[in-house]
Design a protein. Structure first.
Ligand SMILES: [Fe+2]
Length: 338
């Protein structure tokens, strides 16, 4: 299974960066699923229906989040809509809208169309704001049917998945979202306890398990990677907006990167205007944090390749499909029209 995963998509330029690169990378890499972290898509902070629709229409299948996931327009409606494959960190307060994990069914891997290869269908037919229950079911049937589905996979040496028919149409991906506790402005529950609970809850559903690990400190990030080695297929960091050069496969088969980096303005301080940011630090005063909306766009993503084979013999206790490859992708887009 191939996954194209964008880091934090920041504002208008971030959305443009995804649209600009997705068709090219889809042709080049043929990903089975496309994922983006969207907590910054609405003018740098929060989410909104128009922006989610824009990325979905561009070909993004699954949306993950972070500390700004519960800010924006109609967030409760979006995050609670079970027909949209969207997560917010699982270890945020339980009474907040949304969910921390989704089980997504990958579709049509053999289709010749780019949309089919990316598991997309019925693109752009229904708006998030005006959909009826019936039309939602039609447009997002793949997701709504899969969230609590129990289809299992074959070709795994582990007994847990043995003897089950392998079919691209039945391949499922568990996407989990967590937020860190170090250097964050709010306090969150233990991400380690949260992930243990989620992995137990979804045990046996699929070997393809990935985590968007939205955290600030690289120490905390790498600890989570090692803690989950063999238990999930990939741990990819988001939140800092700065890519790290540490993409690797851990000993028990888990792909890891501390941070993918953002999709957003190249001439900026992690997405926002430079001068007010400098003033904030130099003078120790509050200044506006407006996203930059002109100039080059830096696009950071990873290309992940996963196998449903459980890693062995070094990791006899591994319970997740091992990663075959993790590659950081980076483009600077200088010519575009918005
Ligand atoms: Fe964040």
């Amino acid at each position: 299974m191939k996954l194209l995963i964008y880091g934090d998509v920041v504002g208008k330029l971030g959305r443009e960066g995804v649209k600009h690169t997705l068709s090219f990378w889809r042709e080049k890499y043929s990903p089975d699923v496309v994922i983006a972290n969207v907590e910054n898509i609405m003018h740098g902070k929060g989410i909104g229906p128009a922006q989610i629709r824009e990325l979905r229409d561009a070909g993004v299948n699954i949306f993950t989040g972070g500390n700004h996931s519960v800010e924006g327009k109609d967030v409760e409606k979006i995050l609670n809509d079970e027909t949209i494959a969207i997560t917010r960190p699982a270890n945020m307060r339980e009474d907040l809208p949304g969910r921390g994990a989704v089980l997504y069914q990958i579709r049509n891997q053999k289709s010749d169309s780019p949309a089919g290869r990316a598991g997309i269908r019925n693109e752009g037919r229904v708006s998030l704001e005006s959909e009826t229950a019936e039309s939602k079911a039609e447009v997002f049937q793949d997701f709504s049917q899969s969230r609590h589905g129990g289809t299992r996979l074959s070709n795994s040496p582990a007994g847990e998945y043995a003897g089950l028919e392998k079919s691209a149409a039945e391949t499922k991906l568990l996407v989990i979202n967590l937020i860190g506790q170090v250097f964050m402005h709010q306090e969150y529950a233990s991400p380690f306890i949260a992930i243990d609970k989620i992995l137990e809850e979804y045990k046996g559903k699929t070997p393809f398990i990935i985590l968007d690990w939205h955290a600030d400190a690289t120490s905390e990030k790498t600890i989570m990677g090692r803690y989950l080695d063999g238990k999930v297929s990939a741990v990819f960091g988001t939140h800092t907006h700065v890519p790290t050069a540490d993409a690797k496969i851990l000993p028990k088969g888990t792909a890891y990167i501390s941070d993918i980096g953002m999709v957003g303005p190249y001439e900026s301080i992690i997405g926002v205007e430079i001068e007010p940011s400098i003033e904030r630090f130099v003078k120790n005063i509050k200044t506006p944090k407006n996203p930059v909306e002109t100039g080059p766009i830096e696009v950071n993503a990873i290309l992940l390749e996963l196998s449903d084979g459980i890693s062995k013999p070094a990791s006899a206790k591994a319970t997740a499909g091992k990663a075959v490859d993790i590659r950081h992708l980076r483009e600077i887009v200088t010519e575009y029209k918005i």
